[in-house]
Design a protein around this ligand. Structure first.
Ligand code: V47
Length: 360
């Protein structure tokens, strides 16, 4: 089989090759993906001590897959005060959290100055705490709502203490699917441009892909290859900017308007992770995000190309609103024990993949 020969030779695969990868069985894909994972990350399984904060769910946009957002007339709509946010940060820092991951809705009643003020206050109080905040979707919302250019917003984020950007808002880049699932939100081209501008400033970010809804397998290949193309461009600047990790997010089907009946099984999820590892030769890390895959499968995924589990999270609202079991996070102890039992080396990392502690 020609595709097997190409995999054996290690040559870069194109779109047609990528589509053909689906014909291989899980163990063939796993074998090649694991070899790449081993070369890039050995037997390390990375995780970090992080805390998700979602300051508001009141959203001007209506993405069909989202169970988290609420209209202003919804009795469950909430917006946290600055004091509430700081209280969460104080508590979590006292527990040893190293990264705060702040993603909010597109709330028309919170000004950019207010939102940026929170980052500034956190950074002032905790200069060593890593702030991962502002998805490309939020940055584009500020363009639509507050007429701010991407460059302006990125400059203000940097001045306010944002260290890296999360990978949210990418969904699926195919324009037809995007029109059906999140019409009006940041376009694929805009999402990629925003990350490119952030990388051009020497900064790092992540890239996600929401899969298992109405997209096809070929759409996933197209998505992954658009990430790879941008990463080529970003790495060619050699200024430290680029994607740290690719994160395939398994679609959760409860409480939303997409009306997807079936649920992806473990084999399709593992194949997607393995194919991501094989195609993304220029992205160092593949995150099996336990919140959407379950921790058990995220551990198995380490044998199929992934090398990271994300973090302890502590409290998660976006995916758990749609059915994921991530509301309360995971303990570091469980991560360490389970990674060890799976035959891997647990490595606590910081947000940029510097190793903090190796638990051997
Ligand atoms: O972009 C929304 C997704 C994302 C659902 O950068 C859903 O380290 C599944 O991007 N089922 C936001 N997913 C979260 C995100 C993220 C998460 C963890 C780590 C990082 C990182 C980024 O949540 C959105 C959207 O794709 N999402 N609804 C759902 N029903």
């Amino acid at each position: 089989m020609e595709i097997l020969e190409k995999l054996q030779s290690g040559e870069r695969l194109n779109y047609e090759d990528g589509v053909k990868l689906w014909d291989l069985d899980l163990f063939d894909l796993g074998k090649f993906a694991f070899a790449i994972r081993k070369e890039k990350n050995g037997k390390n399984v990375y995780f970090n001590a992080n805390r998700h904060i979602n300051p508001s769910n009141l959203c001007a946009d209506t993405c069909k897959f989202c169970a988290f957002s609420a209209h202003r007339k919804n009795e469950n709509a909430y917006t946290m005060s600055d004091d509430e946010i700081m209280r969460i940060v104080d508590e979590t820092v006292a527990r040893g959290t190293k990264e705060i991951h702040i993603v909010s809705s597109h709330n028309p009643f919170v000004t950019p100055q207010q939102y940026l003020g929170i980052f500034k206050a956190i950074k002032q109080k905790y200069p060593l705490l890593h702030i991962k905040a502002m998805t490309a979707a939020e940055i584009d919302y500020w363009r639509r709502k507050w007429k701010m250019s991407y460059e302006e917003t990125i400059g203000l984020m940097m001045q306010s203490g944002v260290d890296s950007m999360p990978g949210g808002g990418a969904e699926i880049f195919d324009e037809d699917v995007r029109d059906k699932i999140c019409k009006g939100k940041v376009s694929s081209e805009q999402w990629l441009r925003i990350h490119s501008l952030w990388h051009a400033r020497g900064r790092q970010s992540n890239a996600t892909m929401l899969f298992g809804h109405i997209e096809s397998r070929a759409h996933r290949i197209d998505h992954i290859l658009r990430i790879r193309a941008l990463q080529d461009e970003s790495l060619s600047r050699a200024n430290g900017g680029g994607f740290n990790a690719f994160i395939p997010l398994v679609y959760q089907r409860e409480n939303n308007y997409l009306d997807v009946k079936g649920f992806l099984g473990s084999v399709e999820i593992l194949k997607t992770i393995a194919i991501s590892r094989i195609l993304l030769d220029n992205v160092a890390h593949i995150k099996a995000y336990w919140a959407t895959s379950t921790l058990s499968l995220a551990l198995v995924a380490q044998d199929f190309g992934a090398d990271d589990l994300d973090g302890t999270i502590e409290n998660e609202s976006i995916q758990s609103s749609a059915g994921a079991g991530s509301k309360k996070g995971q303990s570091k102890r469980d991560f360490i024990d389970m990674i060890g039992t799976a035959g891997f080396v647990p490595v606590e990392r910081d947000s940029l993949y510097n190793q903090i502690e190796i638990y051997e």
